[in-house]
Design a protein around this ligand. Structure first.
Ligand code: PLP
Length: 400
């Protein structure tokens, strides 16, 4: 596509060679500019070999954000504003209309977006709760399918398929299931290191998926990272490392956040806040980064367990997490196991969807914000990380 008097044209990303990489901080700085301006304000200068000779970092960031096109001009960069849509920012979010998938990997990314549903009966006093149901992901039935898929793909890009024989990962179940599925699809193997707090159901599921399971005496996934890294080095295994791998943050920026923006538009709402939960902090940090740059004034809250409480998949910020420190959250709410379980039961008995304990924690955080009058009437997005089936044994003592 040519643009009037300018020598600029839009090139397909696959035709352009950008710089090899940018640091995470630089990535955030450039992405912040693109999201807050709603577009790109200059071209990438390319040489005759279609290699970036100016603004190479911008070029790399555009690729990593999943644009279809790159605005380029020959040898010198030009100042020109190009809106996000013009260069295919949302093109990748393309669900299969009639839900036909060529393989089980497509079943993941062409089944997106995961549903966004208003919980009509669980909404309190005009504060509409819209739940993004990540349990609709096909493998682990959780938000973690997204990172298992993306981290694996990035590793293949880096190391090549043959190197991906054995993978090792510290996981509280869901990431393990997601990586195990990718490993099964592509012919590699997973050894999952699980903390003491993981349920028997979680361990069994991992084994059913074909993973070798090593249970630790330590209660938190993060406490196992160094041991897993040492094993990876000793055995020449690949450690995707969900806790520090920026592909975790990036997949949510590139897919989860974009999906949610398109869903909000279709719903015709302007949400006042997004409420999520924190484990690695990948999904809530990416959503906070995206929406705070795109929608001025939107608030973002995160749910964590109360001190000394174990809620599978989520943990307290001081236990150590990466991306939450690069974004601004408006509040962190502490939730008890009882509140989380009661919320799950409340939601399924009112609205008929059965979600996991961290989803219950997110709903409990929403309820607290209502009760303390922090949020007023309007629309609120909650991110429900997984389905409830894994947690039935945790609920026994709460059911009458
Ligand atoms: N809820 C569940 C059930 C999870 O498995 C996880 C992550 O493992 C989370 C919440 C937290 O997600 P994140 O790691 O993106 O912070």
């Amino acid at each position: 596509m040519e643009f009037g008097a300018y020598s600029m044209h839009l090139a397909r990303v696959s035709d352009i060679k950008c710089l090899d990489d940018v640091s995470f901080e630089k990535f955030l700085e450039i992405a912040r500019g693109i999201l807050s301006r709603g577009g790109v304000d200059r071209t990438i200068a390319i040489d005759d070999d279609r290699k970036a000779v100016e603004n190479g970092e911008l070029c790399t960031v555009l690729m990593r954000l999943g644009f279809s096109y790159i605005p380029v001009s020959r040898y010198t960069s030009e100042q020109i504003y190009i809106p996000l849509e013009t260069i295919g920012f949302f093109d990748e979010i393309k669900p299969s209309r009639f839900r036909v998938f060529r393989d089980t990997e497509e079943l993941l990314y062409r089944n997106w977006p995961t549903p966004l549903v208003r919980l009509a009966r669980s909404s309190i006093e005009g504060r509409n709760v819209w739940a993004k149901l990540e349990g609709f992901n096909p493998w682990s039935m959780s938000v973690k399918d997204r990172i298992g898929w993306y981290m694996y793909r990035k590793a293949v890009e880096r190391f090549g398929r043959v190197e991906l024989g054995l993978l090792v990962e510290s996981t509280s179940t869901n990431t393990g299931l997601a990586i195990a599925s990718m490993a099964n699809i592509h012919g590699s193997r997973l050894r999952a290191y699980i903390p003491s707090t993981v349920s028997i159901t979680g361990e069994l599921l991992l084994k059913i998926f074909g993973a070798e399971v090593v249970r630790s005496l330590k209660p938190l996934t993060v406490e196992l990272i160094d041991d897993v890294e040492a094993v990876a080095r000793a055995e020449g295994a690949v450690h995707l490392n969900q806790f520090f791998n920026d592909a975790n943050f990036e997949v949510h920026l590139r897919y989860t956040a974009k999906e949610l923006e398109l869903q909000i538009r279709e719903a015709g709402i302007v949400p006042k806040a997004i409420i999520g939960s924190l484990g690695t902090s990948g999904h809530i940090s990416a959503l906070a980064f995206y929406f705070k740059n795109r929608f001025k004034g939107i608030k973002v809250y995160g749910a964590v367990p109360e001190q000394g409480v174990a809620i599978q998949g989520i943990r307290r910020v001081e236990s150590g997490m990466k991306w939450v420190h690069s974004v601004e959250l408006d509040g962190i709410l502490e939730v008890s196991l009882k509140e989380a379980v009661e919320s799950v039961i409340n939601i399924v008995r009112k609205d008929g969807v059965f979600v996991g304990l961290s989803s219950g924690a997110v709903y409990a955080a929403y309820r607290r914000l209502v009760e303390e009058n922090v949020i007023d009437q309007g629309d609120y997005i909650t991110i429900f990380p997984d389905h409830g089936f894994k947690y039935v044994e945790h609920m026994l003592k709460y059911i009458r």
